[in-house]
Ligand binder design. Sequence first.
Ligand code: ZN
Length: 68
Amino acid sequence: MRIKCPKCDDAAELGDDFSYVKCPKCDLDMTYGEYVKFVAYKDARYSDILGDYAAGTEGNTVETLDEW
Ligand SMILES: [Zn+2]
């Protein structure tokens, strides 16, 4: 399954059994558990930076390749 790389925003590969996430572009290689934490941490920082703008984009924060 292809997902958005949390590091470089390119296409990363999620293992079929959710055991790994790998990105050939930036050499990302982590477990899915680490990936979830990475994304959650990144999103938290992103929300902090955006601050006032968060209200207008609620429900629109999940990014998948389908939206490209
Ligand atoms: Zn990447």
